[in-house]
Design a protein around this ligand. Structure first.
Ligand SMILES: [Zn+2]
Length: 83
C-alpha cells in the first residue's frame, strides 16, 4: 500500500497576479482568464486569431504530419450558425 502524497494547495481569492496568463500565438497579446470557460479560444485571444491560425494550417504555412480527413472538415462546418 502506497501512501498518498500530500500536496499543500493555497487558494487566494482576488489576486489577479495568480491568474493564468496566455500569450496569443497569432497577435502575441497577453491575456488572463479567470476561468477556462471564459477563454473558449485558448490559447488564442479571440475567435479571429483562432481562425487565422486555422487558415495558416489549411494554407500550408504550417507542416502537418497527417493530412486532414474529410471527417475533420465536416466537424468544423457543423459549428456554423444556422440561418
Ligand atoms: Zn490574438
Amino acid at each position: 500500500m502506497v501512501p498518498a502524497p500530500f500536496f499543500s494547495i493555497t487558494i487566494s481569492g482576488g489576486n489577479e497576479g495568480n491568474l493564468p496568463t496566455y500569450e496569443c500565438p497569432i497577435c502575441e497579446k497577453l491575456f488572463k482568464v479567470d476561468r477556462p470557460e471564459d477563454a473558449p479560444f485558448r490559447p488564442f485571444c479571440s475567435e479571429r486569431c483562432k481562425l487565422v491560425d486555422l487558415g495558416r494550417w489549411l494554407d500550408g504555412t504550417y507542416r502537418v504530419s497527417e493530412p486532414l480527413k474529410p471527417e475533420d472538415l465536416e466537424e468544423l462546418s457543423e459549428e456554423g450558425p444556422q440561418g
